[in-house]
Write a protein that binds this ligand. Sequence first.
Ligand code: SF4
Ligand SMILES: [Zn+2]
Ligand SMILES: [Zn+2]
Length: 313
Amino acid sequence: MRCRVCRQPAVIDIRRHNANFCTEHFLKLCRDQVAKAIGEFDMIDPSDRVLVAVSGGKDSLALWDLLLDLGYQVDGLYLGLGIGDYSHASRDHARAFAQQRQAKLVEVDLPTDYGYDIPTGAKAARRVPCSACGLSKRHLFDRAALEGGYDVVATGHNLDDEAAVLFGNVLRWHTEYLGRQLPVLPAANGFPRKVKPLVRLGEREMAAYCVMRGIDYIVEECPMAVGNKHLGYKDALNAIEVTSPGSKHDFYFGFLSRAAERFRSQATAEQAELHPCPSCGAPTTADTCAFCRLVVRAGGQAPVPVQLSTGPR
Ligand code: SF4
Ligand SMILES: [Zn+2]
Ligand SMILES: [Zn+2]
């Protein structure tokens, strides 16, 4: 097995590219694929201040590393979810990486700052944990970006994640989500721009990237993920990919180029209905936003309105 670029012994094969790579050229491929996604979808301008949502896992730490190496101004944001030992360990990985790269890590802690954690909050609000968690994360990433004066929030969703979410949305014909499932969502109505620069790279590649770069990430899955539908969709797509390499890529990028636009009108109509939440100021289509309702039902501290930053801190 030889590297496609230099013909030296290869360390990884990527079946959807029908090619093998040595360490040097695999790392270059990852950087090139991220740069290509950023350029192709106009995700980040060199003058932008970027906030990367960091979980301590392979994808978000690899993304942070890649964006730093590509020369972007990028800080990390770690959100403590109060999921026992898993949260403590993931926070330690995020902190260790920040220290190693001499990068700034912003930390928000749900139990300390908002008075609830995901397991008890989800139960009190009668939501499945991942639903309460996703809702909390989206709200707090937006808020931290606006308060810190960041132009863009970057998340570590990779090709496997996006293909699995798309698969779930198509399976149930959640057309309202299909119009928004894009690698870049522009800033609008009080939301910062959101980008997913890893959409051209798969889960296995991100794990390999971290190993080759010596990035110590949390390997354990979140204990709340057990029974999560998303994992089932990933397994189904992995089974297809074994016999038909490139299927995930074609499914997701085919959707972006040939179908996403058809679902835009529904997403645009929803955007037009947004108004500020009377409690926290975040945009919402309901009377009070879903995050504030979750906090109240979970017995936490209601968030105060967002204080916008006037510039870089
Ligand atoms: S698996 Fe679910 S609960 Fe755990 S971090 Fe992910 S979204 Fe949150
Ligand atoms: Zn090589
Ligand atoms: Zn609110």
